[in-house]
Design a protein around this ligand. Structure first.
Ligand SMILES: Cc1cc2nc3c(=O)[nH]c(=O)nc-3n(C[C@H](O)[C@H](O)[C@H](O)COP(=O)(O)OP(=O)(O)OC[C@H]3O[C@@H](n4cnc5c(N)ncnc54)[C@H](O)[C@@H]3O)c2cc1C
Ligand code: FES
Length: 288
């Protein structure tokens, strides 16, 4: 693997080391549906691979079929030489991924970006995932066994019962559904927005030191941020911006952030792929 260090942004939101990214080819070993809307892509590399939850990779087809721009995907799992991703088909790039059969080559650049922070060992945590925001938070939860002693409440919002990858999730997640259609027998789902489900849990209001980690579409992130702010909780959001390069060069992924160093009220553009994709919600200068 040739090692490539993504350039540093002008200011980092999370003071965690970013591991060197590698650009290399992998081989698809599985590409299968795990729910009505999500597929799991498993890729094998020549050497062991690792990542921190919240980091992502830029994926592309190999050879003549390569897309002009690689596409960003959160890393869901890494075991020995295999890494896996959960994705939804939404356009040309994800359709091309979906067509890859075992044995096909895939071009990988990663792991990229800054991961979710690790809370204090006893700090209570709320995870809020929506749709394809699930992989980084499922990865984060998977790493906490024997590491985090505080309570963790995990919430996942999906379109309907068929859209939930029940077998991957186990029994740790509270599920909210836009529609109760296709809910398998014996499974529980709450109808409504995932952030409303979190808000309805009065018991979570008992601690001010809770940390929210959220990933999903922008309306979900804004709602999670508002909820956290109202309860006095810290909140970290993983943004799903459109990305061209993934390592800080094209500036296609910038997001406005507050920058006290430029004076009161100063806002600057942060490069989401290198300074994020995980940001402290308090740093984001979103317009409602
Ligand atoms: C850090 C990061 C992590 C991501 N992780 C995952 C993941 O784990 N699984 C997954 O399925 N997707 C993930 N995405 C989104 C994924 O990158 C896009 O769905 C993909 O690039 C779409 O490519 P396409 O060519 O199929 O669609 P396009 O033809 O480019 O677009 C099809 C439709 O999807 C919309 N779209 C494209 N890119 C995005 C985006 N980044 N955010 C919101 N809407 C978009 C377009 O506006 C358009 O409506 C992630 C994005 C980022 C930035
Ligand atoms: S995607 Fe190119 S600078 Fe972020």
């Amino acid at each position: 693997m040739s090692l490539m260090q993504p350039p540093d942004g002008p200011r980092t939101m999370i003071d965690l080391p970013v591991m060197p990214a590698a650009s290399c080819e992998g081989v698809v070993v599985a590409n299968v549906p795990v729910s009505s809307g999500l597929l799991q892509l498993v890729v094998e590399f020549d050497s062991p691979v690792t990542f921190q939850p919240g980091q992502f990779a830029m994926l592309n087809l190999a050879g003549d079929s390569a897309l002009v721009f690689s596409r960003p995907f959160s890393i869901y799992e890494a075991k020995d030489r295999r890494m896996s991703f959960l994705y939804r088909v939404v356009g040309r790039g994800t359709r091309a991924l979906n067509a890859l059969e075992p044995g096909a080559a895939l071009v990988f650049l990663g792991p990229l970006g800054r991961p979710f922070p690790q809370p204090d060992p006893d700090q209570p945590v709320v995870l809020i995932a929506g749709g394809v925001g699930l992989p980084p938070l499922a990865a984060w939860l998977d790493r906490q066994a024997g590491r985090h002693a505080g309570e963790i409440d995990a919430f996942f919002g999906a379109r309907d019962g068929g859209d939930v990858p029940w077998d991957l999730l186990g029994d740790r997640w509270n599920i909210s559904l836009d529609s109760l259609k296709d809910l398998p027998a014996g499974r529980q789902g709450w109808q409504g927005l995932v952030t409303d489900l979190v808000a309805s849990r009065q018991d979570l209001g008992n601690r001010k030191d809770r940390m929210v980690l959220a990933c999903g579409p922008t309306p979900l992130l804004k709602a999670a941020s508002r909820l956290a702010s109202a309860r006095g909780w810290t909140c970290w959001l993983s943004l799903e911006e459109h990305m061209g390069c993934g390592y800080g060069v094209c500036k296609g992924c910038v997001v406005p952030v507050h920058d006290a160093s430029g004076g009161p009220g100063h806002v600057r553009n942060a490069t989401c792929c290198t300074e994020g994709p995980v940001f402290n919600a308090a740093d984001l200068a979103w317009q409602d």
